[in-house]
Ligand binder design. Structure first.
Ligand code: FAD
Length: 440
């Protein structure tokens, strides 16, 4: 049996390892179009900021290690360029030699992820951040050019993380965004703390602003503003790496994501897809969605490995769906959310309960407020979405609500969540309980 995996990072490397854990026999080959495998995407902004100062920690495995320890073949600089579902082959281009060859699979697992969207300007000062190669390029540019002034375009979590890290590194950074809707995972009004944090640090920012021209260091903006920057980082969204599949019989949705069922099966036999590339469904509402975060890639990898190792396919374990649980830190604040997005709420008849209270006993030192918002469906009282912001403890509350949604608790059940209480940790009526009381 031969298993081919496309993409060798979060989903791809994990699924191959998980399969090998349970299946010592099959041949496993991973094709990766770029230089590296198994790098820590999520850690890259912190490496650029010097918070993680050892580059080796950003690369958790090499093809040699995968070969020696796991008997998995990883071919980097090998790009899958076509899928021929009928004869179960893929065409692969070796970028080092230019050779194109075909390879046969019994099972094919696609984890090609997404790429950073770029801006239509020619400039050696303009960068995006998606992988370790990008990180190395940005790092050398900062060092060689003695970068002191940066411009960041966009306010998704990657942009916000780079902003924070450049600040700690001592690079004077300006932030712009083309609309007023920043950090889309969060209710937009709760994003106010982001502006407060960046104002406090004298970081210039402008909303409803775009670049119209870049001439070496000189950037011209839509507003008419002109300013020089040493480096420009664009964090303006992502696009699925599925163009090479358009000529195949594999179904893509109108945005280019691959729809999968609860077994991560695509419409083509023996072809699975996982990670950022998939269109899957929300756990609690069952509506279709794409959530481009690491947790889902890892969960899918384990589930596919388990299912492929079964003797009886009837015992297959099904995936229960995603909640999109997410969090970002912006200086002193954490902003997290879980569930459907703010814009999807309009499909429901819902009520929102909000509570602001200290993360632990008010008399205990460094008590800081958390704001927690929970949206629930009026008819069923099931939780649809929650947001939390605060300097400390927002992550815990989001994880509690995530667990509550998974357990299908209602907003009323939040009164019964028996939290671990001692003054440094929470209150006898924690903010999560208070949401339940307020909902009555
Ligand atoms: P990837 O990990 O992107 O891997 C896909 C790989 O496939 C790539 O290496 C690509 O080169 C390769 N590939 C693509 N097409 C082909 C082809 N045709 N042939 C061969 N190879 C191909 N998520 C979180 O949950 N929390 C975070 O804090 C977080 N921080 C992040 C910070 C940054 C800077 C970035 C870039 C991402 C972050 N993410 C975070 C997102 C997370 O990294 C992704 O959700 C996750 O990596 C998705 O895994 P994947 O396997 O689908 O795609």
């Amino acid at each position: 049996n031969k298993i081919i995996v496309i993409g060798a990072v979060a989903g791809g490397a994990t699924v191959a390892s998980q399969i090998r854990r349970l299946d010592k026999e099959s041949e496993i080959v991973i094709y990766e179009k770029d230089r590296d495998m198994s790098f820590a995407n999520c850690g890259l902004p912190y490496y650029l900021g010097g918070i993680v100062n050892n580059r080796d920690l950003m690369l958790s495995a090499t093809p040699e290690q995968f070969n020696n320890k796991k008997d998995i073949t990883v071919k980097t600089y090998h790009e899958a360029i076509a899928l021929n579902a009928q004869d179960k082959t893929i065409s692969v281009k070796n970028h080092q030699t230019g050779d194109i060859f075909t390879d046969h699979y019994d099972q094919l697992i696609l984890s090609p992820g997404c790429r950073a969207r770029t801006l239509p300007f020619e400039s050696n000062r303009l960068f995006t951040l998606r992988n370790l190669e990008d990180t190395d390029r940005i790092e050398s540019f900062i060092e060689e050019q003695h970068v002191q002034k940066a411009l960041i375009i966009g306010t998704g979590y990657v942009s916000l993380e780079i902003l924070e890290n450049f600040y700690y590194r001592g690079i004077k950074t300006t932030l712009i965004h083309r609309s007023e809707q920043i950090n889309k995972s969060m209710d937009n009004d709760l994003n106010q703390v982001i502006f407060e944090e960046i104002k406090k640090r004298d970081i210039p920012f402008r909303l409803n602003e775009e670049i119209t021209n870049i001439n070496d260091k000189t950037v011209t903006f839509k507003s008419g503003h002109i300013e020089d920057f040493d480096i420009i980082i664009a964090g303006v969204g992502i696009e699925p790496n599925s163009d090479w599949l358009k000529t195949s019989s594999l179904k893509l949705n109108d945005k280019g994501y691959i729809p999968v069922n609860e077994y991560f099966e695509t419409n083509v036999n023996d072809v699975y897809a996982i990670g950022d590339i998939i269109e899957t469904f929300y756990r609690h509402t069952k509506k279709r969605t794409s959530i481009t975060l690491a947790w889902g890639a890892h969960r899918a990898a384990s589930l596919i490995a388990e299912n492929l190792s079964l003797d009886n396919p009837h015992d297959k374990v099904s995936f229960k769906g995603l909640l999109g649980t997410n969090i970002v830190r912006v200086f002193d604040y954490a902003l997290g959310s879980v569930g459907i997005s703010e814009s999807e709420l309009s499909d429901y008849n819902y009520t929102m309960i909000e509570q602001t209270q200290k993360q632990h006993a008010g008399y205990y030192p460094v008590a800081e407020p958390i704001t927690l918002r929970v949206y629930f469906e009026n008819e069923t009282r099931k939780i649809l979405r929650a947001c939390a912001i605060g300097k400390d403890g927002a992550d815990k509350r989001i994880d509690i609500i995530s667990t509550a949604i998974i357990g299908e608790l209602t907003v009323d059940d939040l009164r019964d969540v028996e939290i671990a209480y001692a003054p440094p940790f929470s209150s006898p009526k924690d903010i999560v309980n208070m949401i339940g009381y307020k909902a009555q």
